[in-house]
Design a protein around this ligand. Structure first.
Ligand code: SAM
Length: 210
């Protein structure tokens, strides 16, 4: 599989325990807000590796039934606590299920996923995983999502920095998702990336059929 630490639960649980959340954005993702409305996404949206992202709440506000999947119990609890919400917590297969309103977070491993979804929002999920795991992960989401997909990849010189986030170049996205098309490239202009050179957030979409 992969011997990179980012393939293990310990790596991510440690990040949450130490509050090392450089990936967490303070608001819904800009590319989600800009590009999602053009996607004609169906009702039930899968958000893999969701953390405590504001995107879950934003998608619910668009009328979707949102299902996040997240390894860290701290992240799941924090999403609801930060909104003053008390979720219903139950068991669902190998997952612990947190639910309030239209947002469900399944706490556990994405590779235990069951069920079907109409659409996929992937931000900092594909790119959080080492290369060999990305192949398994992309296959998994394709098996469970029948309709629209919006995926944000990051592209930079991997020689200059180790992931996560891992650079996922265009040719790799095309191999993993042959039916996706590139819709936007955004140059990242952030202090923590300055030393790396050119860094881009690249948005890919698959429209639902018909
Ligand atoms: C880079 S963060 C991104 C979180 C979120 N998508 C965001 O935009 O803020 C990746 C998240 O995936 C979770 N994670 C890593 N491996 C996982 C797995 N196998 N199954 C479920 N969650 C996982 C981590 O705990 C972490 O919260």
């Amino acid at each position: 599989m992969s011997d990179h630490p980012a393939a293990t639960p310990e790596f991510w649980n440690e990040r949450w325990a130490q509050d090392q959340l450089g990936f967490h954005e303070g608001a819904p993702n800009r590319q989600l807000v800009a590009l999602w409305p053009g996607l004609r996404a169906g009702k039930r949206v899968l958000v893999p590796l969701c953390g405590k992202s504001h995107d879950l709440e934003w998608l619910a506000g668009q009328g979707h039934e949102v299902v996040g999947v997240e390894l860290s119990p701290l992240a799941c609890a924090a999403f609801f606590a930060e909104r003053g919400l008390t979720p219903t917590v139950t068991s669902e297969g190998r997952y612990t299920r947190y639910r309030h309103g239209a947002v469900t977070i399944l706490q556990g491993d994405i590779f235990d996923l069951e069920g079907e979804f109409d659409a996929l929002w992937d931000r900092a999920a594909l790119i959080a995983l080492p290369a060999p795991v990305r192949v398994r992960y992309a296959k998994l989401v394709r098996e469970h999502v029948r309709g629209a997909m919006l995926i944000i990849a990051i592209v930079y010189d991997q020689q200059k920095r180790d992931g996560p986030p891992f650079s996922v170049p265009d040719d790799e996205v095309r191999r993993l998702h042959p039916d996706a098309t590139m819709v936007e490239r955004e140059t990242v202009d952030e202090e923590r990336w300055r030393a790396i050179g050119k860094v881009e957030n690249v948005a890919w979409q698959r429209l639902p059929q018909g």
